[in-house]
Write a protein that binds this ligand. Structure first.
Ligand SMILES: NC(=O)c1ccc[n+]([C@@H]2O[C@H](COP(=O)([O-])OP(=O)(O)OC[C@H]3O[C@@H](n4cnc5c(N)ncnc54)[C@H](OP(=O)(O)O)[C@@H]3O)[C@@H](O)[C@H]2O)c1
Length: 323
């Protein structure tokens, strides 16, 4: 058979068989009943708000949390049925305790159950090369994107186990791909992914599923051209970079412009709906997936993740240093 026919057929067979095996190997879990409550952190904007609206429309009761009381009131003032704004600063243990009690009281009052939590919020600190980044700046990512997830999960677990609820984490494609100057964000997300993997094993006997949603690039407040430029500026503009890392400093402007002009516009067209669909699936499927990759970098993030997992690490390294 000619290679140009054989190769696509082989790819389709390989893709379908791995997708099929991945699906049938998933364990079955009790499915949260309609009307159960879900807590979504960082739900004032972007992926969190979009998912909150979708889940409430599907009949779940959503506690949409945000950092300030004022923002929580603004969410409640949207008057979306089955959705209420709550104040939860991920850096405040006191807020976590109050939210846990609020959910408990809601369950006792309504007789409904707690379907679980979506760990979505993260405080974005200042990124930079390891040598040039203050520890406090890196800690902003760790505190909100990892330590807060651990603490909030701990507080909610008695209720989640009792109600066969679920834990969903919004990590990132960045958990797979390193980027010079991006370690604080990527290491937080990679650690979050492993946290979820361990938790999945721990909660399996209790009938509680754990899902990791690792978006590629989704058009949100975090992912506007202005925000991405600011982010890259922080990483690549310090004068110290020229001196210590001339290889990257020389490439920086060119590659940032290239990345923004060639990639951002593809990012902007990416449909947020795919993340909503996956968060809904995480709570409503009897066999929810373990890790999923919504979004796109020109090619679907899911396909890119699979390709990267098959390439030798040294080849991925070469590709990244050529970019
Ligand atoms: N957009 C993408 O392309 C993309 C790709 C991969 C992963 N992600 C992940 O998706 C998640 C949502 O991001 P997004 O793109 O939707 O950005 P976003 O619209 O900026 O949402 C981030 C949310 O985090 C909240 N937050 C920040 N600091 C907080 C704190 N201390 N306590 C509580 N909440 C806090 C913000 O709440 P306030 O408004 O109250 O400050 C905001 O609602 C993040 O975990 C992000 O890493 C996004």
């Amino acid at each position: 058979m000619h290679l140009s026919i054989f190769l696509p057929i082989a790819l389709v067979v390989w893709w379908s068989s791995t997708t099929f095996v991945e699906y049938i190997a998933r364990p079955a879990y009790p499915v949260p009943a309609p009307g159960s409550a879900i807590l979504i952190t960082g739900a004032r904007s972007g992926i969190g708000l979009s998912a909150a609206k979708r889940l409430s429309k599907e009949g779940f009761f959503v506690f949409a949390s945000t950092r300030t009381a004022q923002a929580a009131e603004a969410i409640s003032a949207m008057h979306i049925s089955n959705m209420v704004g709550v104040k939860l600063d991920l850096l405040s243990e006191e807020d976590m305790v109050q939210v846990e009690q609020m959910i408990r009281q809601w369950c006792a009052k309504t007789g409904n159950r707690f379907a679980g939590v979506v760990h979505n919020g993260i405080a974005i600190g200042k990124s930079g090369f390891v040598e040039l980044t203050r520890l406090e700046e890196a800690k902003t990512f760790h505190a909100s994107g990892l330590e807060a997830v651990r603490l909030l999960t701990q507080k909610l677990l008695p209720l989640i186990r009792a109600h066969h609820g679920r834990v969903v984490g919004i990590s990132s494609f960045a958990q797979l791909v390193p980027m010079p100057g991006g370690s604080a964000y990527s290491e937080t997300k990679a650690a979050l992914a492993m946290f979820l993997n361990c938790l999945r094993l721990e909660l399996y006997p209790a009938g509680c599923a754990v899902v990791n949603i690792a978006p590629g690039a989704i058009s949100t407040g975090l992912m506007t051209e202005t925000h991405v430029r600011k982010w890259f500026d922080e990483i690549y503009s310090p004068p110290a970079l020229n001196e210590a890392y001339p290889f990257y400093a020389a490439k920086a402007k060119e590659s940032v412009d290239k990345m923004i002009t060639t990639t951002t516009f593809a990012w902007q067209t990416t449909d947020k709906g795919s993340t909503d669909d996956l968060i809904l699936e995480a709570f409503s499927s009897p066999r929810p997936p373990f890790t999923v990759f919504p979004g796109s970098f020109g090619i679907p993030a899911k396909l890119l993740a699979q390709v990267l997992s098959y390439l030798p690490e040294s080849v991925v390294f070469r590709l990244l240093t050529e970019m």
